[in-house]
Design a protein around this ligand. Structure first.
Ligand code: MG
Length: 157
């Protein structure tokens, strides 16, 4: 078994869509990013890559490449899944935490679990997603950023 950790943070801006865990979440603001800004998937991909001893997502999907401008991060996740499969691993379980002041995303979490489970060919029960606020502290607390952390266990196929 191999363990991996990932972290990501994005600034928020009014008037752009908020995509989290592969789900479009109704919000007055979304993440500023080269891709669709799915901070939760970015943390997850880095944890998967790290567990397999590979490089980070910026290495595989550089943010100065036209190929990845505005790209759906679910497509990147499929590529990361293939990379870890090539290394002889499959996902054992995933534990994710996302911090944002608003909107409340609790009702969207089951859909995120389903999306990620079907993309990674695992059960939703292998994916934990926790959401919280930053209690008003710092950039996340002021609603100008979203941060996410991921821990992933990989197993030998
Ligand atoms: Mg990112």
């Amino acid at each position: 078994m191999r363990i991996g950790f990932g972290y990501d943070i994005h600034r928020l801006k009014e008037g752009i869509p908020l995509v989290l865990g592969g789900v479009n979440v109704p919000s007055d603001r979304g993440c500023i990013a080269h891709s669709d800004g799915d901070v939760l998937l970015h943390a997850l991909m880095d944890a998967m890559l790290g567990a397999a001893g590979l490089r980070d997502i910026g290495w595989y999907f550089p943010d100065n490449s036209e190929e990845f401008r505005g790209i759906d991060s679910k497509k990147l996740l499929l590529r990361v899944k293939n990379l870890i499969h090539e290394q002889g691993f499959r996902v054992g379980n995933i534990d994710l935490t996302v911090l944002l002041e608003r909107p409340k995303i609790r009702d969207f979490i089951p859909l995120m679990q389903q999306q990620l489970a079907s993309l990674l060919d695992i059960s939703p029960l292998q994916i934990g997603i926790k959401a919280g606020t930053n209690e008003g502290v710092g950039e996340v607390g002021q609603g100008t950023a979203i941060a996410a952390w991921a821990v992933v266990l990989l197993e030998r196929k």
